[in-house]
Ligand binder design. Structure first.
Ligand SMILES: [Zn+2]
Length: 225
């Protein structure tokens, strides 16, 4: 199935993906796509404590992600995506990305507490990458796909994101008609089985949005009654 099977549309959440042209039946695999950015957990493990390009101490997890983004020269691709709402992420994540942005920055000054424009750009890029890069269970990598990563989440997903020889794919979990929005789940099956409150917390802290999918809306209104 060609990449033309889906197209990017404006939705209440910024962007989303819509099924195009023909319906998808359960089990159909569609939209095979190369990632525009791919970071492997193994590359992060391999990274020396001192980055060989900038000659700076890079010790944090997000600092390593940031240096790998700089090495792949893809900051503008990452920043082209909508980032999550900062106030929803966990405070520990936000403090970690601030530290990482300082580590990435060539105007890094030990002990300085001011944030330069460059550091702010790096911080935004790390938040945007966290909000948008696909991290599938057992996949061992973070992949940013120009099309697939525009899909909004649903707690009752109609598609599954997978990986076929390095390419991202959708598999239809339900029949998806032309014009229907394609909505995979960002979270594991275990999280999907938890309560609406728990799911919303996981999505807020990990992706920066408060889930307003149909399932969350109906379960939240039931729990208020
Ligand atoms: Zn939801």
């Amino acid at each position: 199935m060609d990449a033309d099977a889906v197209h990017i549309v404006a939705t209440e959440f910024g962007f989303g993906l819509q099924c195009h042209h023909h319906p998808m039946n359960v089990g159909d695999i569609f939209c095979r796509e190369e990632p525009c950015v791919s970071i492997h957990e193994a590359d992060m493990m391999d990274m020396a404590m001192c980055d060989d390009v900038l000659g700076l101490p890079v010790t944090s997890r997000y600092g390593k992600i940031g240096i790998l983004l700089l090495k792949q020269d893809c900051l503008s691709k990452v920043l082209a995506f909508c980032e999550g709402r900062q106030e929803l992420f966990s405070p520990s994540f936000l403090s970690q990305v601030s530290i990482a942005a300082r580590e990435m920055s060539d105007d890094f000054v030990e002990g300085a507490d001011t944030c330069s424009d460059t550091q702010e750009k790096y911080r935004q890029a790390l938040i945007s990458f966290q909000s948008n890069a696909w991290r599938g269970p057992g996949d061992g990598r973070f992949s940013l796909y120009q099309t697939i990563c525009r899909a909004n989440h649903s707690c009752s997903p109609n598609a599954l994101v997978g990986n076929d020889n390095g390419k991202g794919t959708f598999t239809a979990l339900q029949t998806i008609a032309p014009g229907d929005e394609i909505r995979p789940s960002y979270v594991s099956v275990e999280v999907l089985e938890s309560s609406v409150m728990e799911r919303r917390q996981v999505l807020a802290q990990g992706w920066g949005f408060w889930c307003g999918c149909h399932r969350c809306m109906s379960e939240a209104s039931c729990s208020r009654e």
